[in-house]
Design a protein around this ligand. Structure first.
Ligand SMILES: [Mg+2]
Length: 411
């Protein structure tokens, strides 16, 4: 069975169609702005996540780099998106985003992998649009609030359940690497568990987590903000007990203490405690974040730019968050491309709290681009070069390709 009829942008029975042709967009633009997308390609790099790089090519010889959140089938979905953007003007970022979402609606584009794939193209559109207009990507988002975006270092130790080892690593990352913002996992085994499945935290487990928080914040609390991530692990009651137990410490935020599906529970947990609760890396688009904000179920929201819908979608989420006086701490596990795209968003929104950096142990994260010194003492300076301001080092990309992947076909 061929599905080509579902991808024909001119098919008579297509639903709401936002292609330039259907919309009747034919008025010439000023010099140099009548550009068409000719191709979209992907290549997966074997980083500490399978970083899915996305390239958008145009008929004036420009290339835009983007990145989609990692995961199986993302390149295949991007292949399905291609007919909706090839032939289109990459400067119409908003319309092309809505066009892709609409065209993929039958495949589930309210959330999930479709939106991650669309995000990858959306990031690349910002890069190539910036290059066409000769402006940095933050300029496309309305200009900047800050020259540098604060990052926080997601920290790990071999002995993740040892409070002293966590405190030692916190001290090393602050003193040696220069970060003034950190995050540690709190969903680590304590040795007091009786059942791995029921999500309940026994008293000794809560005390073990409190000991990690106490030792880390005692050690670096005067020099750094420290957040703690629970990865959706606990029952509603356990999350409330844990959050209340941590109120005596200076916790930057407690992240995802309960599973993400039941919004009512999330709101109840957040409103039950003075410990700031961050959520939002596992929901998609502004719609996914809407009730977290309008029902005051989050103290901090954590959209992931290459996953949630892209740069403009994250800026829209930030606007909604700002109406509820909520800051944005962007989740991020990306290569330099997705990270820099997130940093441009962080520069352009008023309520940016911090951007995650998740690759400090990798050693070659920055090798993927020709620029270096991307993160200095925990801060990312926003480049003035057009687009995202990064140039992929294709030799480095090729050297780190995931098994079975091939470099972009530039022909
Ligand atoms: Mg998290």
């Amino acid at each position: 069975m061929s599905y080509e009829h579902l991808q024909d942008p001119n098919a008579e029975y297509t639903m709401r169609d936002l292609s330039a042709e259907t919309m009747g967009l034919s008025r010439p633009r000023s010099e140099g702005r009548d550009v068409e997308i000719t191709d979209v390609q992907t290549a997966i790099v074997d980083g500490n996540y399978p970083w899915t790089l996305v390239r958008v090519y145009t008929d004036d010889g420009r290339v835009g780099n983007g990145e989609a959140y990692w995961g199986g089938a993302i390149p295949e979905i991007i292949e399905r998106l291609k007919p909706f953007v090839v032939g289109e003007n990459p400067l119409d970022i908003d319309r092309l985003y809505e066009h892709m979402v609409q065209k993929m609606s039958g495949e589930g584009s309210i959330a999930g992998k479709d939106i991650a794939a669309i995000s990858g193209v959306e990031l690349a559109l910002h890069d190539v649009a910036g290059k066409i207009l000769d402006v940095p990507a933050y300029q496309l988002l309305g200009g900047k609030y800050r020259d540098e975006v604060r990052t926080y270092c997601d920290c790990h130790t071999e002995e993740e359940a040892d409070p002293d080892a966590c405190a030692d690593e916190a001290e090393r990352v602050v003193d040696d690497l220069g970060y003034d913002a950190l995050k540690f996992d709190l969903d680590v085994p304590s040795g007091h568990e009786k059942d791995r499945a029921n999500r309940h935290l026994r008293g000794p487990e809560i005390e073990h987590k409190a000991e990690i928080v106490e030792k880390v914040t005692d050690r670096v609390g005067d020099k750094a903000d420290v957040a703690f991530d629970c990865h959706w692990a606990f029952t509603a009651g356990s999350a409330k007990r844990l959050a209340r137990r941590l109120e005596r410490y200076d916790v930057w935020w407690l992240e995802d203490p309960v599973p993400p599906e039941n919004h009512d529970v999330q709101r109840e947990v957040t409103q039950s405690t003075g410990t700031p609760i961050a959520v939002g890396e596992n929901v998609y688009r502004t719609h996914g974040q809407r009730r977290l904000l309008t029902e005051q179920a989050a103290d901090i929201v954590a959209p992931d730019v290459p996953k949630v819908g892209g740069m403009r979608e994250t800026a829209k989420i930030a606007t909604l968050a700002d109406m509820f006086y909520v800051p944005v701490a962007m989740h991020n596990v990306s290569s330099p491309i997705g990270t820099m795209a997130s940093a441009h968003v962080g520069a352009a929104i008023p309520n940016s709290l911090a951007l995650e950096y998740h690759s400090y142990e990798l050693g070659w994260w920055e090798d993927l681009v020709e620029e270096d010194g991307l993160i200095q003492d925990g801060y990312m300076a926003i480049p003035e070069e057009p687009g995202l301001g990064l140039t992929l080092d294709l030799d480095a990309v090729e050297a780190h390709l995931a098994d079975g992947e091939t470099l972009f076909d530039e022909a």
